[in-house]
Design a protein around this ligand. Structure first.
Ligand code: ATP
Ligand code: GLN
Length: 144
């Protein structure tokens, strides 16, 4: 299977330590995406059931009527993943790899700068709050 990579975005503007990768996905691809992310050590993920309207809305029904709701919005899942800057491209590439069918309706990814992260339990901020124990950065420092 060819590895599909996002076109390169070498510099993010505005610059930030953390970014939220927000992906709108086909619901039946979500488990593939989350297990692919888990394999690279991404453990903090939030998902919501959403409904959307894009190029697929109004186009010919391809899924036998089951994918459209009454008002023609399509059921999607929004996945939000806050990561450090150096993890953004790998996360984006993994999502594309796991979510792409090549058909209209595969979804979109938005990359949003995040000003700060605060862990409620401890009051930690910034890198301390964003880092997940046993996650990506722990795995890569163990390998180094
Ligand atoms: P604690 O150590 O207090 O458990 P934690 O940092 O592990 O804090 P959780 O309390 O496990 O955070 O996270 C609560 C919820 O926050 C998760 O279920 C998930 O929805 C969301 N979440 C946590 N980290 C992220 C992240 N990096 N990106 C997106 N969502 C996250
Ligand atoms: N940046 C965090 C880490 O390296 C992982 C963030 C996440 O799992 N969403 O531990």
């Amino acid at each position: 299977l060819p590895v599909i990579r996002a076109q390169s975005s070498p510099d993010y503007v505005p610059d930030s330590k953390f970014y939220k990768v927000e992906a709108i996905l086909r619901p039946w691809r979500v488990s593939q995406v989350s297990s692919a992310l888990l394999k690279i050590g991404i453990r903090g993920v939030t998902v919501s059931d959403v409904r959307g309207f894009g190029a697929q809305g109004g186009s010919t029904e391809r899924h036998g009527g089951s994918e459209f709701t009454e008002d023609n919005f399509v059921a999607k899942v929004k996945m939000e993943i806050v990561v450090s800057k150096d993890q953004v491209e790998a996360v984006v590439d993994k999502i594309i790899e796991a979510a792409k069918t090549g058909e209209i309706g595969d979804g979109k990814i938005f990359v949003v700068p995040v000003s700060d992260v605060i862990r409620i339990r401890t009051g930690e901020r910034g890198e301390k709050a964003e880092k997940m124990t046993g996650g990506w950065s722990d795995q890569s420092s163990a390998a180094a």
